[in-house]
Design a protein around this ligand. Structure first.
Ligand SMILES: Nc1ncnc2[nH]cnc12
Ligand SMILES: [Zn+2]
Length: 330
């Protein structure tokens, strides 16, 4: 049995495996510019975040119906469960679908087909986090929040993703204020490719409760000290960082140094179909590359539940953490 863990940084569109992409393309009469799943896989060589995002958005063309979104999420939940994920907080990018004429209702209700039965079918509790695309306008983000109003009983929080450089968090101050007034949780990608100042801005201007990635905080010792003191969770994605060249190699990843600095780190998969591994694969990879011992792995798993939005169910959180404490490594 794998180490129990929560996954807190997972883009559902980034779980689209090439085989499912071709199946959905055939179902929806969409032509993909690749001969087959293997040919598509060979295109997964990225220079940086933008070169990944270009392919990520291109492949979304196959997602059209509620059934498609449900099948996508169900496939993820099955894989995640097999790797010890007990709780998943799942990002989705509605603007990328609405721009193609796929409505908010299709996306949310489609995802809910899988999420609604996830506890019973996979033993995985879930939360849904709606992300705004930071390379789109602040007005578009606000319109997206408005479009989500009928579905807010399904949505636990908001996030901010897509091309970071040149799109600082402060651009989205108003929509984050509006989301806070609606009682939504707030997170944002910051410090993946962008500078440490974006992390500070996400905290101070957007009021985020967790920072997604946050890797580049290590360039600013005062910021590291603050993040540690305030117990701000960071959702790190080691295999993503290697594939998108935020770090040269896994052995150079600062995760161990971040834990030593007292940061509340978690390990997640980001876009597992593209980056070579799901949550458990990321744990295995850092264990091997960084020589993390059992207590460090247990700390990462405990952190994932401590940082999750389970405030409505503290009993469940305590049960998950007790499972981590009792876990015996093989
Ligand atoms: N790693 C990442 N960074 C920013 N936006 C994303 N969208 C999907 N994956 C992302
Ligand atoms: Zn991400």
């Amino acid at each position: 049995m794998p180490l129990p863990k929560a996954e807190l940084h997972l883009h559902i569109e980034g779980t689209l495996e090439p085989e499912l992409a071709f199946e959905l393309a055939a179902r929806n009469g969409v032509t993909l510019p690749y001969a087959d799943a293997d040919a598509l896989r060979t295109a997964y060589r990225f220079e940086d975040l933008q070169s990944f995002l270009d392919l990520y958005y291109e492949l979304m063309a196959v997602l059209r119906t509620e059934r498609d979104f449900g099948d996508l999420a169900d496939a993820y939940l099955a894989r995640a469960a097999a790797q010890g994920v007990r709780h998943a907080e799942i990002f989705f990018d509605p603007q990328a679908h609405m721009a193609r004429g796929v409505g908010m209702g299709t996306v949310v209700e489609g995802l809910w087909r899988a999420l609604g039965g996830s506890q019973d079918n996979h033993g995985v509790s879930t939360r849904l986090i709606m992300c705004f695309l930071r390379d789109e306008s602040a007005e578009s983000a606000m319109e997206t929040l408005e479009a989500a109003r009928p579905y807010l009983d399904r949505i636990a929080g908001i996030g901010l993703d897509s091309a970071e450089t040149g799109n600082p968090p402060g651009k989205f101050r108003e929509v984050y204020e509006a989301a806070a007034a609606l009682g939504l949780h707030r997170v944002a990608h910051a410090g993946e490719e962008g500078p440490p100042e974006y992390i500070t801005e996400a905290l101070d201007v957007l009021g985020v409760e967790r920072v997604d990635h946050g890797l580049r905080c290590m360039e600013d010792p005062a910021l590291v000290e603050r993040l540690a003191r305030e117990r701000i969770p960071l959702t790190l994605c080691p295999l993503s960082n290697v594939r998108l060249r935020a770090v040269d190699a896994l052995a150079d990843h600062p995760l161990a140094a971040m834990l030593d600095a007292g940061l509340l780190c978690t390990v997640n998969s980001d876009d597992p179909a593209y980056f070579g591994g799901y949550a458990g694969d990321n744990f295995d990879a850092v264990r091997a590359a960084l020589g993390l011992g059992e207590e460090r792995l247990r700390e990462l798993a405990r952190n994932s539940f401590a940082a999750s939005f389970l405030e409505h169910d503290e009993e469940r959180r305590a049960r998950y953490i007790a499972e981590v404490d009792a876990y015996e490594f093989p």
